[in-house]
Design a protein around this ligand. Structure first.
Ligand code: PLP
Length: 316
């Protein structure tokens, strides 16, 4: 039975192993290693509605699919069934569900059937989508706390890949922060900043944006890469380096970023305000630039957008 915590706007259709089927029929075997050992790699993508063009754009689809392949390689998953065309299936599932609004897409590949911890197949692939509006905190910002759980290490359960098993660590961090009505920032084994449960961290300090390196216990985030590119274009200096815990309190601005939350301003860390304790000007500038980019207003990065609906030629 669905509770209020669960997603209510379920789609009519999902795609499993290349077949478009009613969402309610897309089921997992109870003994599949994808479930029993969380041997599941996945991607979360966003689709952005562009009202002027009546077009839905999937953001950086090729990069997400590349990362899924990379995750599959590290997890040693066999290829999904022959003929699987995940890019084509993303477009297909959005069309089947008549998606004419901002939305979220999850692609997934997991070890199916009934196997042990080292089973590499058979692999089932799936694609699902649902409407997903921008989160409210994009405007208001959020309060964060440094949690006591440490980020899983690259030589234990590598955070740079997107595998469901890693989200145990994210869940523990998220639950701890939630108890104080906050969002989590997780430190790595070295005690420096890694990321949050589902997004990366940027701080603004002494005229520079700083963000932990991809070797500090973070997912190889596509939003992080987008924001480094955009900030550089805007003439904002960016440093990818180790970020000390105390810098969370010395920064005058900060934000949490990822496909789901986009750019969520960090208002406070451990009860201490960053700057004025509300979204700052650099954060707002990047939010505006990011929104313009994902909705197709920045021609330089149009190649990052994949149209879902037939492109209108301008002829009647
Ligand atoms: C743990 C974690 N870090 C970072 C990110 C941000 O990654 P991306 O920008 O590719 O969505 C996500 C979201 O997918 C995540 O789950």
């Amino acid at each position: 039975m669905a509770t209020l915590h669960q997603i209510s706007d379920r789609p009519a259709f999902a795609i499993m192993n290349g077949k478009t089927i009613p969402f309610e029929d897309a089921k997992v075997s109870i003994m599949a290693p994808g479930l029993t050992f969380a041997v599941t790699v996945f991607e979360g993508l966003r689709g952005y509605w562009q009202p002027d063009e009546e077009q839905l754009y999937v953001f950086r689809m090729e990069d997400h699919l590349k990362r899924q392949e990379f995750s599959m390689k590290i997890m040693e998953l066999e290829d999904p069934p022959m003929g699987t065309d995940t890019a084509g299936e993303i477009i297909e599932v959005l069309r089947a569900n008549k998606m004419y609004k901002d939305c979220y897409i999850r692609t997934q590949a997991y070890v199916d059937d009934w196997g042990d911890i080292t089973a590499t197949g058979p692999v089932t692939s799936s694609v699902v989508c649902r409407p997903r509006a921008r989160i409210e905190a994009f405007l208001t910002g959020k309060d964060f706390v440094v949690v006591s759980w440490r980020r899983n290490a690259d030589d234990a359960s590598p955070p740079r890949i997107k595998v469901s098993a890693n989200y145990l660590n994210s869940r523990l961090a998220g639950l701890e922060a939630k108890r104080s009505g906050s969002s989590a920032i997780i430190l790595n084994r070295d005690g420096t900043v890694s990321e949050g449960p589902g997004g990366c961290i940027f701080l603004f300090r002494d005229g520079r944006l700083i963000t932990p390196t991809i070797n500090d216990g973070i997912l190889e985030s596509i939003t992080r890469n987008t924001l480094i590119t955009l900030a550089t274009d805007l003439g904002i200096k960016v440093e990818e380096r180790r970020v000390g815990r105390t810098e969370l309190n010395l920064a005058t601005e900060g934000f949490y970023c990822g496909t789901g939350q986009e750019i969520t301003p960090i208002n406070t860390v451990d009860g201490k305000p960053l700057g004025a304790g509300k979204p700052g000007p650099i954060t707002r500038e990047l939010q505006t630039a990011y929104d313009g980019l994902v909705r197709g207003h920045n021609k330089k990065y149009h190649h990052w957008l994949t149209p879902v609906w037939p492109v209108k030629t301008g002829e009647n």
